[in-house]
Design a protein around this ligand. Sequence first.
Ligand code: ADP
Ligand code: MG
Length: 592
Amino acid sequence: MTDVIHLLPDSIANQIAAGEVVQRPASAVKELLENSVDAGASAITLIVKEAGKSLIQVIDNGKGMSETDARMSLERHATSKIRTAEDLFTLRTMGFRGEALASIAAVSQLDMKTRLAERELGTQVVVEGSEVKSQELVGCEPGTSITVRNLFYNIPARRNFLKSNPVELRHIIEEFFHIALSRPEIAFRFFQGDEKVYDLPPSKLGQRIVNLFGKSYQEQLAACGEQTDLVTITGYVGKPEFARKTRGEQYLFVNRRFVRSNYLHHAVMSAFEGLLAESSFPFYVLFLELDPKHIDVNMHPTKTEIKFDDERSVYAVVSAAVRLALGKHNLSPALDFNADVNLFQKLGSTAAVFARDTYLEERFSSGMHRSNLENWNKLFDRRDSESSLLDFRREELEPGALMAESVTEVLQVFDYVIASLPSGLLIARQQAAHERILFEKFLRCFKVGKGSSQQTLFPRSIHFAGNDFALISEMIPELEQLGFRLEVFGKSDVLVTGVPADLIQAGDEEQLLEHLLEQFKHNQSQLELSLHENLARSLAARGAMKPGRQLSKEEQKALIKDLLSCTTPGLTTDGRATFFIFDASKLASHFS
Ligand code: ADP
Ligand code: MG
């Protein structure tokens, strides 16, 4: 046997890494704008053509780079922003991974001009697909101008997957909004082709919001401010009567970085409780400032996910700050955010706290086991005094085991499975519960290798149109991990010989795969998920049993047990409740 392993050339390694950082033109826009912010620019101009597909240019008046740095900036893991791992915990810059420029340069034709203010001449570097074409001294303005042409020109599959110009442009505008909102003190201009679409002078946040969203927003903003030892909150929330039917105008920044956090969104929404028309979403732009040592942003290359070491307190402060802004409650200033008892009383029912906490565990998985157990204990001790919420006497027990022995009676009514627990009645929504169970199961499949498969009665050949075929073919290894058995044959057909066990009745393979793909693409356009998470979510959503399907007693029991063995039993991946507990004491109160 000869040796077969070799190191990949940089250009290919960069291309692979680029897949994570640069998913679409908007990701390049984000990275370039963030670099200009980090460079201390006071004025930044963004120009895009054809929704960024043919051209993205970002010009700033920041500190610029020396000749050597200009060249170095295009190498992977080249950064001026951190030196040691410890620096990650004192981070004040947007960038730190040193991979954005290298990634963009790997998948485009990039032209950089940059000049230090104190030098007469600047440097121009031209790169195509990681290959440096030229580097020379040029006359240019102080600061940096980076032009990215023909993104993904060397990866046709990716280029073909880009959405229509209006869709890609919407993503770009979204990124532009995030940065423009987070830095009102910086002047921004945004051109689409020759047309100037935004010209934002340096201003205060309120003015920036009005400049971005329109004058009508002026009257609907309520200022929000709150300071504790842990976190300072500033910003604006929209008054409830202006809330929209669609999501999208909710902006949350942590240390000036835009983040997506369902958990903190929930905190804001909790303050609006009772004030909003059904399924409407209030506007908000909120800034959280806290010592970087309390947060971890290095969760994902795009850095929009964040982990707090004390997320419950952050939740409480956010919720309180928004309540105050809305003038809804006069919370006692003595509220101690660290005392759980107090908190739980303020935050509502055990079931809600429970669902939220467990949801949070998924996002903030550190210390998962311990707090998971606390949740179970809370649930069980509910019948005792409130103070038992803080009393964790139980020994380490697997949550699933604890529950399993307690589910005695089950019953299916309509789309629900009801189980009796010591603390009351657990009412689970059949489909949502199954979706959660499948999701965690599929995630495990990716961790342990191959998921169990069930042979199809007859191998089925399924035809896919161009892009879908490419997508399916690319994902075959992952689909096999989930339990599919697939073979490509011809230019647009896939032979299905197996599907994930326990998923569907025979004969539905075609629909299953099509639905999976549909959901996958939908998620891809809406959310920033890893391939694994997206696949697991999509398959769980589309593979879960339909509501109302009659289950045997054994199946009902298994559903409840499996659900309660999940790490995050309380919610589906898109945040719908899977079950709630009807408290025994509440039940009694109906008869008093
Ligand atoms: P990161 O931002 O994570 O450090 P990047 O690949 O985005 O990584 O950039 C690499 C380095 O190039 C930065 O650390 C910075 O020193 C330099 N750089 C990038 N863009 C600019 C800019 N617009 N102005 C000045 N320096 C820049
Ligand atoms: Mg950067």
